[in-house]
Design a protein around this ligand. Structure first.
Ligand code: PNS
Length: 166
């Protein structure tokens, strides 16, 4: 594979995007020609998201504005279908710890079964983000914890407001 060759998708719920996600997106954008960040809008999921798909998309667009080869799109079909629509050759995701492995292993096998031509590629999280998750950040913010160095500032502000309004 030639470096900076082709398009890849970085999918996720991003509810909300964290500095860990942004680290993976930034590092991926340095390797591939184009990165399409796919924000899942999954209406059949039982848990309601804190932010709408449009809000989640806007946070990522704002945080990646300096990265010329990154685009942020919402999708609500199968991930492999979305990847095909984007003419992506691979799905790129971050891997934090062994605890992520089982879920990602299952997803990668399912996605491979659906479309073997789309490769799943994993980028290992930077050590200082290996503990960071959207769920953890939401829990901290719910109880008034300081999340300002874990998420972009507009996200921290919006989370405080949204959780305060509940
Ligand atoms: O861990 P996340 O961020 O909730 O992951 C979301 C996503 C879409 C990357 C993950 O669920 C996945 O890999 N799904 C593959 C199966 C699929 O296509 N589901 C439909 C999504 S609408």
């Amino acid at each position: 594979m030639a470096s900076r060759d082709g398009t890849v998708v970085c999918p996720g719920s991003y509810d909300p995007v964290t500095n860990g996600h942004l680290d993976i997106i930034t590092r991926t954008s340095a390797v591939f020609e184009k990165v399409v960040v796919g924000v899942v809008n999954n209406p059949i999921r039982k848990e309601k998201t804190l932010f709408t798909a449009e809000e989640r998309q806007a946070f990522i667009q704002d945080a990646t504005a300096e990265l010329a080869n990154v685009e942020v799109k919402i999708f609500s079909n199968l991930l492999v279908e979305f990847a095909r629509e984007q003419e992506a050759k691979a799905i790129v995701k971050g891997l934090r710890a062994i605890s992520d492995f089982e879920y990602e292993f299952e997803m990668a096998q399912l996605n491979r079964k659906l479309d073997p031509s789309i490769e799943s590629v994993y980028v290992i999280a930077s050590p200082h983000y290996s503990f960071l998750s959207s769920t953890g950040v939401k829990e901290m913010a719910t109880f008034g914890g300081d999340v300002s160095d874990l998420v972009p500032l507009p996200v921290a502000t919006a989370m405080a407001k949204r959780l305060g309004d509940r």
